[in-house]
Design a protein around this ligand. Structure first.
Ligand SMILES: C[S@@+](CC[C@H](N)C(=O)[O-])C[C@H]1O[C@@H](n2cnc3c(N)ncnc32)[C@H](O)[C@@H]1O
Length: 274
C-alpha cells in the first residue's frame, strides 16, 4: 500500500487529458482561423511570423506536432518535400486529412507526449504553432526528448511556446489557455536534451511592440529590469501618475478588475485601460 501511495505521489503530471477538449468540433468556430484575426488573416500570420524563419526547409522533411484543423499545415504542405503530422486528438487528424489529403505524407494520432511512428534522425524540421502554448512543462519535456531523437544531425525546430509566469498546472484555467512556461525554462529544457536555442522571440498577439513604452508589474524583483526578449523595461504601476492620459493594455485574467480599481482609485483616474 505504502509503495502504491509513493508511486502515485511520484507520478509526473501531464495535462494531456485536459487537452482532449480539442477533439470536440464545437471548439473550432472557423477551423482555427478565428485565432488569426489578431494578425489580420492566417496568410498574414504565416507571412509575418513564420515563413522567414523556416523558408530554408523548402523541399525538406518536416514533422508538424499538433496541426489542429490544418490552419498552418496548409502552408507547410507546400513548403515541405515530405510532411508528417501528429496530433493527440483524432478529430484534428481527420479534419486535417480531409483538407489536405495526399499533400501530407502521413497522419498519426499519438498519446500526447511521444512520437513512436517517427524514425530516429529522420526529420529536417519539427514544427509546432499555437499548441505547445497549452502544454504543461512535463509534456513539453517529453516532446523535446523526442524531437532530439527524430531530428537529423543539424536539424532544427520551430516551437511556439507560452510566455507565462506563476500560472497554474491546468492551462485552461490560465489566461488565453496558456501553460505555465517561461522562455528561460524552455531554454533550460532544450539544453537539457543537448540542443541549443537559435533564437527566441516574443509574438505579441499581433500587437506592434514599437508602440509600447514599458511594462508595468507590481513585483519589485522585476522592476528596473528588461522584459526577456524585448527592449522594454519593467516599472511599478506608480509610473502612471506621471502621465496625463496614459493607455494601459491590461492582460491579467482574473486579476483585471482588482488591478483596474487600484489604478483608478490610487494612482491615476485618467488611465485608459484596454
Ligand atoms: C489551439 S489548437 C492549434 C492547432 C493548430 N496548430 C493551429 O495553429 O491552428 C491546439 C492543438 O494542440 C493539440 N494538442 C494539445 N495537446 C497536445 C499534445 N499533448 N500532443 C499533441 N497534440 C496536442 C490539440 O489537439 C489541437 O490540435
Amino acid at each position: 500500500m505504502e509503495e502504491l501511495k509513493n508511486n502515485i505521489v511520484n507520478e509526473k503530471f501531464y495535462n494531456i487529458e485536459e487537452q482532449r477538449f480539442w477533439n470536440n468540433e464545437q471548439e473550432w468556430q472557423s477551423n482555427g482561423h478565428e485565432w488569426s484575426k489578431l494578425f489580420g488573416t492566417t496568410e498574414n500570420l504565416w507571412n509575418t511570423q513564420i515563413f522567414d524563419k523556416i523558408k530554408e526547409f523548402r523541399g525538406k522533411k518536416i514533422l508538424e506536432i499538433a496541426p489542429g484543423f490544418g490552419r498552418i499545415t496548409q502552408f507547410l504542405s507546400i513548403l515541405a518535400g515530405e510532411l508528417i503530422v501528429v496530433d493527440l486528438n483524432p478529430t484534428c487528424i481527420e479534419k486535417t486529412k480531409s483538407k489536405l489529403n495526399h499533400h501530407v505524407l502521413a497522419y498519426f494520432v499519438n498519446d500526447g507526449k511521444s512520437l513512436p511512428k517517427i524514425r530516429n534522425n529522420s526529420q529536417d524540421l519539427v514544427f509546432s504553432y499555437d499548441s505547445f502554448v497549452h502544454m504543461h512543462a512535463n509534456v513539453i519535456e517529453e516532446y523535446l526528448k523526442e524531437i532530439h531523437r527524430v531530428l537529423k544531425p543539424g536539424g532544427q525546430s520551430f516551437i511556439h511556446h507560452s510566455w507565462l509566469y506563476g500560472a497554474t498546472d491546468y492551462s485552461k484555467q490560465n489566461v488565453a489557455g496558456r501553460s505555465n512556461m517561461s522562455p528561460e525554462e524552455f531554454k533550460e529544457l532544450v539544453e537539457k536534451y543537448d540542443m541549443e536555442i537559435v533564437s527566441q522571440n516574443l509574438i505579441s498577439f499581433g500587437l506592434n511592440i514599437n508602440h509600447l513604452d514599458c511594462i508595468i508589474d507590481n513585483d519589485i524583483n522585476k522592476q528596473g529590469k528588461r522584459l526577456y526578449g524585448t527592449d522594454l523595461k519593467v516599472f511599478s504601476p506608480k509610473i502612471l501618475s506621471k502621465y496625463k492620459d496614459p493607455v494601459v493594455i491590461l492582460k491579467a485574467g482574473v486579476y483585471n478588475q482588482e488591478i483596474k480599481k487600484n489604478i483608478h482609485e490610487n494612482i491615476n483616474s485618467n488611465v485608459y485601460l484596454l
